[in-house]
Design a protein around this ligand. Structure first.
Ligand SMILES: [Zn+2]
Length: 171
C-alpha cells in the first residue's frame, strides 16, 4: 500500500514535469524560514512550495509527498547540477537568522538602561528615542520605561534644590 502511494506521488510529479510547473510538497508551512524558502524557490527556480495536509498528518499523504518530492529533487538536481531545494532552505535559514539578529539587537539596546537627567518638573529627554516626556505622565512613563519607545531609562535627578512638587503634571 505504502509503495503504491509513493509511486502515485512520483507519477504525479512526473506529470508536473511534463507540464512545466514543478511543486515541492511540505506538510504545513510554518514560520518565516518556510516563507522565505518558498520565495527563493519560486523566484530562482520556478518551483512552488505547496502545503499539503495542514495540521493533521496523514501517513498516506506522507508517503505520497515523499514519492513526489524524491522525483522533483532528482529532476532539479539533474537540471541544476546540485540539490537546489536544500540549498534554498539553507539560504532561507540564513536570511531569517540575519533578520532575527537585527531585531534582537534593537530590543537588547532598548532593554539596556540608559541614564537620563530629569529636570525639576520631571521632564526628561529620552536617551533612546530623543523625545521629551514627563515622568508624571502614566501614558509615557511606567517608572522604568519610556512607554512610547519602550526604552529603559535610569533617571538621574537634576538640581535637588529645584525639585518641585510631585504630581503636578500627572494625568
Ligand atoms: Zn523613548
Amino acid at each position: 500500500m505504502a509503495k503504491d502511494l509513493y509511486k502515485l506521488g512520483w507519477t504525479e510529479a512526473e506529470t508536473e514535469a511534463t507540464t512545466g510547473t514543478l511543486s515541492y510538497l511540505v506538510l504545513g508551512l510554518r514560520g518565516p524560514i518556510d516563507r522565505s524558502w518558498a520565495d527563493i524557490l519560486r523566484r530562482d527556480y520556478g518551483i512552488r512550495l505547496r502545503e499539503v495536509g495542514g495540521c493533521l498528518i496523514d501517513m498516506d499523504l506522507v508517503e505520497r509527498a515523499r514519492g513526489h518530492n524524491e522525483y522533483i529533487r532528482r529532476l532539479v538536481s539533474e537540471r541544476y547540477g546540485s540539490d537546489v531545494i536544500s540549498a534554498a532552505h539553507a539560504l532561507a535559514e540564513q536570511e531569517v537568522a540575519v533578520e532575527v539578529v537585527d531585531v534582537g539587537e534593537e530590543i537588547k539596546s532598548l532593554w539596556t538602561p540608559r541614564e537620563a537627567r530629569a529636570d525639576a518638573q520631571g521632564w526628561v529627554d529620552c536617551p533612546h528615542c530623543g523625545r521629551r516626556f514627563s515622568t508624571h505622565s502614566k501614558r509615557h512613563w511606567d517608572g522604568q520605561h519610556h512607554k512610547s519607545c519602550l526604552g529603559k531609562v535610569t533617571l538621574v535627578w537634576g538640581q535637588a534644590a529645584g525639585s518641585g512638587p510631585k504630581g503636578e503634571r500627572s494625568q
